[in-house]
Design a protein around this ligand. Sequence first.
Ligand code: PA5
Length: 435
Amino acid sequence: MDALKVNINHALNCIEKDAIDALLPEVLAAQKHLIDGDAAGNDFLGWVDLPENLDKDMLARLKADVKRLQDKSQVMVVVGIGGSYLGARMVIEALQSEFAAMNLGNKPFVVYAGHTLGEDYYGQLLNLLDHVDYTTCVISKSGTTTEPAVAFRIVKAHMEKKYGHEECQKRIVAITDAKRGALHDIATQEGYPMYVIPDNVGGRFSVLTPVGLLPIAMAGYDIDRLIQGARDMRRICIENKTLESNPALMYAAVRNAIYRKGIKVEMLVSCQLNLRYLAEWWKQLYGESEGKNGKGIMPHSITITTDLHSMGQYVQDGERLMMETMLRVSKPNSTVPVPTDERNLDSINYLTCKTLTQINDCAAEGTIAAHNAGGVPVVELTVPMIDEYYIGQIIYFFEFACGVSGYTLGVNPFDQPGVEAYKKNMFHLLGKPGF
Ligand code: PA5
């Protein structure tokens, strides 16, 4: 089995290898906390063994429901925010064509709601839903988050008008807490099929529960391969005790060593546009897990070469406050060579017959060398290709490394007390009783 690899060679312009190696005892202690469940946040470690523990009956029911819902859908609306939508969106956008929306009817196209309160977005969504056959998957662990609650009320009202109550029972599925919360109560009373988010799995670690698996399967992707990728990476992360043999320990060690040298921002750099939601998912995972108690690397992201023509100037030449983690993919899923042109009016005949990946790889190499020369350390993560299996590996790698990194930083990586502050102010302004 090939696996995701970490290369720190281009980070050594900023940090000595000895300083990274010196963190081995700390990352091993953090790894042990995740395995033994003996540190802060240990009631949210359900994700650690999730790839091995997924309930087979639940998966069989999920696949049957997906098949039934697919037959009724040109579009599925996934309602959720934060950890209740980013995982599914990251996987779907990494795998689907950028132009999938142009091909409605081939397989269900997933659209999102509940992740914004922008009124125009919902106006546009309702216009679309007037014209397509659709189903809805509403996801909220607490069952009380305002944004998805408002969005679901809007979508449910549209569905009931379009299809009637009885048909809605066949077109809506809810994913929420086993016993509590408004969404649990709505689903029970309305008779919607329900899936449970385990108590011990936090939102940002929930992509391998029905939260991610149902929408991903709905979009037509192989969730068994996704789970297998996560399962194989879990073994690597749990069994290996050296930095060289364990990519999660190495990544956690190098980013903490760099942070301790005063670098406060990490930019996830991807070389393909279809990985931009992977970066959004990663930002939530690391931002919510580590940004607390006045500490934590701030996660940011760019795509190359797109953003080299905007953020590239700052990274090369602005304040020296960032490291980069470049996610590289060895083999593309498509081959597009540059055509020959005898007249060479555009003067790019030197690229003739090279594939775009060869050109993009040179851009990546050139970027690493340039940013290194500008004082930016670059950690490289490489996967053989983007498919369900390797995305499964990437998910588990980043999750495990996040837990290790957070404990090494000295925070509880599994709470998020800071996200409550804006809600209290908003509720007060909206006149919610009790605020
Ligand atoms: O990571 C988290 O816990 C948050 O981002 C939540 O996923 C997000 O706030 C949505 O919460 P809920 O699923 O309870 O609606």
